[in-house]
Design a protein around this ligand. Structure first.
Ligand code: FAD
Length: 432
């Protein structure tokens, strides 16, 4: 019998989470999440922390929800703030832990943290890394990680030729008991970041994301079963105004409140009832994009973030962040991003392309600003998409968009620009 510590990161769910599945249950289980305090520091020159209020609030909601589910099963959750490696190592030592489990994340920093933790724990404690959250795992990936092709199309063709996605696993019914004398609970959000505690999305977006597994399933139920919007996804996915033109699953997927396999299985169940169509296929196609960026991020390691030193932000870059470029389509997108923490894929592509191609801005500054703002920030999808738009790294084909043509095509009556261009509400800078 062992004493186990589960170190949670972007995998805040009980179902389909290998960290909570045991062939032999341990004697005790300590579940820990550590908010890296470095995420709260302003980035040099950017006047913005790595995690903004919108994401921090969603994260806290997800943690609160997860704690509820853990308590129902006889366990609990401890949340700390500080250096994750140090905090986990100290807890492991204090509670005589013999196994630490963590998700094998795609991000380079997360990988480095696991390596540092292994060194810090030494040979007395077994650190095991478990891959989860993506459709594919290393066994079902039809190529070695080193051989992930440069283009998405080549990746997709190979995957679809040998389509073997493991089943999602149900949540455990009970969990091992909490270790004697181990601390529990977490600090109030208001003490960490007062603006996150009171953060609310601008009502013009018409949608409020709330964190947690149950909220993620509620959105899944709505999009598939209640509204049936999935049946029209292929036609609506480039929308800009409204709540059901795309799935909006991204924040729950990014925090791990939902896994991609759970979404896939639900789409398959919908297809079994209503018949598959090109829209239901296209949702799965988009999930494959997510897998592609996750597996590509593992292959790229630290180079995902670019090699050169980050330049100081220019006035043009600041105007872009604040929605003051003078191009209504782009400015509306940047206002929506700041005011809601979310942006449609069409608007993300245009905002990114405009910064890189029209303003000659550094894509890494744009990616860092998105990292700060987005509720659904995910290291592989964000930095991978930015590299893709900028045409750097693995796929260097030019991807410049003419934002004026795009505005004419996707916002012909200017309704999107009109919705978000109310100047007094646009400038939204926060310094934690
Ligand atoms: C510059 C830029 C930065 C981005 N940063 C992020 C990010 O940090 N986090 C993130 O989840 N997505 C990111 N994306 C991808 C995409 O824009 C969002 O996943 C999508 O807009 C989320 O809305 P949705 O859930 O309604 O997506 P849907 O259109 O409904 O798609 C369903 C799901 O498929 C996945 N998906 C769709 N498109 C992509 C894509 N291009 N790359 C990866 N996954 C995709 C997402 O998980 C999404 O939830 C970025 C795209 C760009 C161009």
């Amino acid at each position: 019998m062992s004493r186990m510590l589960v170190w949670l990161r972007s995998d805040l769910r009980l179902a389909d989470n290998p960290l909570f599945h045991f062939s032999t249950p341990p004697e005790s289980l300590l579940c820990v999440f550590v908010l890296d305090d470095a995420w709260l520091d302003p980035l040099p020159g950017l006047e913005a922390s790595r995690i903004g209020s919108a994401r921090l609030r969603f994260l806290w909601e997800s943690l609160i929800a997860l704690r509820g589910e853990l308590l129902k099963r006889g366990s609990d959750l401890l949340v700390r703030i500080g250096s994750p490696v140090e905090a986990v190592a100290e807890l492991a030592e204090a509670h005589d832990i013999d196994e630490v489990r963590v998700r094998a994340d795609a991000g380079w920093e997360e990988w480095q943290a696991s390596v540092q933790l292994a060194e810090r724990l030494g040979s007395q404690v077994n650190l095991t890394c478990h891959q989860s959250g993506t459709l594919l795992d290393e066994a079902s990936l039809p190529m070695a990680v080193e051989d992930i092709p440069p283009s998405f199309s080549a990746f997709r063709r190979k995957v679809e030729r040998r389509w073997v996605i493991p089943d999602a696993v149900p949540a455990p019914v009970t969990l091992p008991s909490w270790p004697a004398n181990a601390p529990r609970g977490f600090p109030p959000l208001g003490k960490i970041c007062s603006s996150a505690a009171v953060w609310a999305p601008d009502e013009r977006g018409g949608f409020a994301f709330s964190g947690g597994e149950a909220a993620g399933w509620a959105r899944l139920d709505h999009y598939l079963w209640e509204s049936g919007a999935v049946a029209r996804y292929k036609q609506t996915r480039n929308g800009l105004v409204g709540t059901d033109f795309s799935t909006r699953f991204s924040p729950w997927l990014a925090h791990g409140c939902l896994s991609a396999r759970q979404v896939l299985e639900e789409v398959r169940a919908w297809e079994a009832r209503h018949g598959a169509n090109e829209s239901s296929y296209w949702v799965i196609f988009e999930l494959l994009w997510r897998d592609y960026f996750h597996w590509a991020a593992r292959q790229e390691g630290a180079s995902l973030f670019g090699e050169r030193e980050l330049p100081a932000p220019s006035e043009g870059f600041r105007a872009w962040c604040d929605g003051r470029t003078g191009v209504p389509f782009v400015d509306a997108a940047m206002c929506e991003l700041s005011a809601t923490g979310w942006l449609s894929n069409r608007a993300r592509q245009n905002a990114a392309s405009y910064l890189v191609r029209d303003l000659g801005g550094d894509w890494r500054l744009g990616a860092a600003w998105f990292e700060h703002c987005l509720i659904d920030y995910d290291v592989a999808s964000n930095w991978g998409n930015w590299r893709y738009v900028a045409g750097v790294g693995r796929d260097t084909r030019p991807r410049a968009l003419d934002v004026h043509d795009q505005a004419e095509r996707y916002d012909p009556d200017g309704a999107y620009a009109a919705l978000w261009l109310v100047p007094s509400l646009c400038v939204h800078r926060e310094v934690p």
